[in-house]
Design a binder for this molecule. Sequence first.
Ligand code: GLC
Ligand code: CA
Length: 540
Amino acid sequence: MENNKWWKETVVYQIYPRSFQDTNGDGIGDLKGIISRLDYLAELGIGAIWLSPVCKSPQDDNGYDISDYQDIDPMFGSLEDIELLINESKKRNIRIVMDLVLNHSSDEHPWFLEAKKGKDNPYYDYYVWRDGVEGTPPNDLRSCFGGSAWEWVPELGQYYLHLFSVRQPDLNWDNPKVRQEIYDMINWWMDKGVGGFRLDVIDLIAKEPDRKITANGPKLHTYIQELSRETFQKGDLLTVGETWGATPEIAKLYSNPDGSEFSMVFQFEHIMLDEQEGKGKWDLAPLDFLKLKQVLSKWQTELKGEAWNSLFWNNHDLPRIVSRWGNDGEYRVESAKMLATLLHGMQGTPYIYQGEELGMTNVRYPLEDFRDIELLNLYKERIESGYAHEEIMESIYAKGRDNARTPMQWDASEHAGFTAGQPWIRVNPNYTEINAAGELENPDSIFHYYKKLIRLRKEYNVIVYGEYKLLFPEDRELFGYIRTLGETTLLVLCNFYGNNVSFEMPEELAGEKELLISNYSDEASGGSLRPYEARMYLLK
Ligand code: GLC
Ligand code: CA
C-alpha cells in the first residue's frame, strides 16, 4: 500500500480569484468574496483551495506577472484578508494552496527596475540578458504568447529573455541570490500557515537559452531538490508543479515518494490530444478516444507506487470540459457527471476548477468581449499572417483561456450574483439556467453529484489507493476500468458518447454489485449504457 498522505486523500478546488466573487462592486473578484463563499466550498466537501495568484501585479497576465511576492494586490484585498482567508478556511478543514510564479516576475518588480539600470547593478544578474544587434535578437526562441522571446533594452544595449509576455522577464535561476530570495519568500508564506503551493511552469526554470533549451533543462531537478529542501520539506504541504513537458519517467523524479521534490505534478498529455500533431493547441483536431484511454491508463499504471497523479480536466488555462469532450447541449448534465465519474474514480488527487461543479460551459463572444493576452496576441498574429477571421475565432471558441475565466455563476440575478458593478469580463449568458443557487436546490444536480463523488472518496479507500486496470481497451465509446485494493474491487463504466453502447461484462466482474453512484436514476438492462451514462460499482 502507498504511504498515506493527507494530500492523496483530499480533493482540491481551484479558484481564479478575479472571476469568483466580487464584494466591493469594482467588477473584479476579491479575497473577501472567497471568504464569503467558504461555506459553499465546505458543503461541496473539498479539503484544499488552489488560489491562482493574488500577489501584487500589474495584471498583464492576470496576476501571473508578480511585482511583489510578499504583498496582496489591492484589487484583491490585503495581507490581512489573506490571513483571514487562511484562518477561516482552517476552521472548515480547508487548506490554502498558493500559486508560486517563479519562472518570471513582472517587469515592474523592483528587481527588474534595478536590473535595467546597468550591468553593474546588483540586480542585473537576476534576469537573463544576452547581447544582440538591435533588431536581431540572440536567436529565434519564441515566447509562448507569440513573437520573439527576446526584448531589446536600449539603455543596456542588450536583450532580456521572456518566455511569456514582454512584461514577464524570466528570472535567472543560475544566480544563487535569486534562489535564496525565492526560498526566503516561500518560508515567509509557510509561516502564515498555507497548506501548499502550485508551481507555475516550473519545468522552465532551468532553461539554457543559448542552446534553445527551455523545458527540462539539465539542472532542473538539482534546482527543484534544493528548493524543496530549503522550503517545502519543513512542512506537511501539498506541492504540485505545472509541467507541460513531463513524461511518466520525469514525473517519477518530480513526485518521488521520498519527498525530495514535489507531492505531484500536473501533466498535460491527455490535454493535448485534440490538436494537430506537431502543432499547438490552436490547430484543432478531433479527440482520439482510444488514445485518451491509453494515455490516462498509462499514467495510472506507470506512476503506481512510484509517484502520485493529479487528476484534472480543467483549469484557468483550459476550455470547459463539458463543452470540450462532453455535450453542452442536450446532455450537458449527463455528460458533466460522466466526465466527473471517470476522473474521480481514478488514482490521484482530483482538482475541480470553479464552475466545473455546476457544468459551466464555453462561450462564443465577439472578439471585443475577450480579455486574455494570449488569445488577443494569437488573433493579431494569425490575422497578420493571412488566416480568416472565422477560422481564428473557431480556435478561440474551442481553446481560448477566457472560456474558463467568465464569472462564476452564483444565481439568476443580474451578472449572476458575481458583482453589483460591471464585471471585468462578460458573464456567460446561460447563467439564468446554470448557477449555484439552482444546483444547490436540485438534489439531482451536477453539484450534488460532485459532492457525492467527494464523499465516496472519503468512504472507500479503494478509490484513493486501489490499483488501476483498464477494461475494454479497444472499445470506441466505452471507458471502463477497475480499481482493486485487497479484497475490494471498484468498477467504473462510462459511455463517453451520445449513443447507446452495449458490451460484454468480463466473467470475473459478472457477480453481485452495489451501485455507488450513477448519472441515471434507473438501472439499464444489463450490458448496455445510455448516452453518457456513468456507473460506479463496488463488487461484492
Ligand atoms: C502558466 C499559467 C498561465 C500563465 C503562464 C505564465 O501556464 O497557468 O495562466 O499565463 O503560466 O505565467
Ligand atoms: Ca472587487
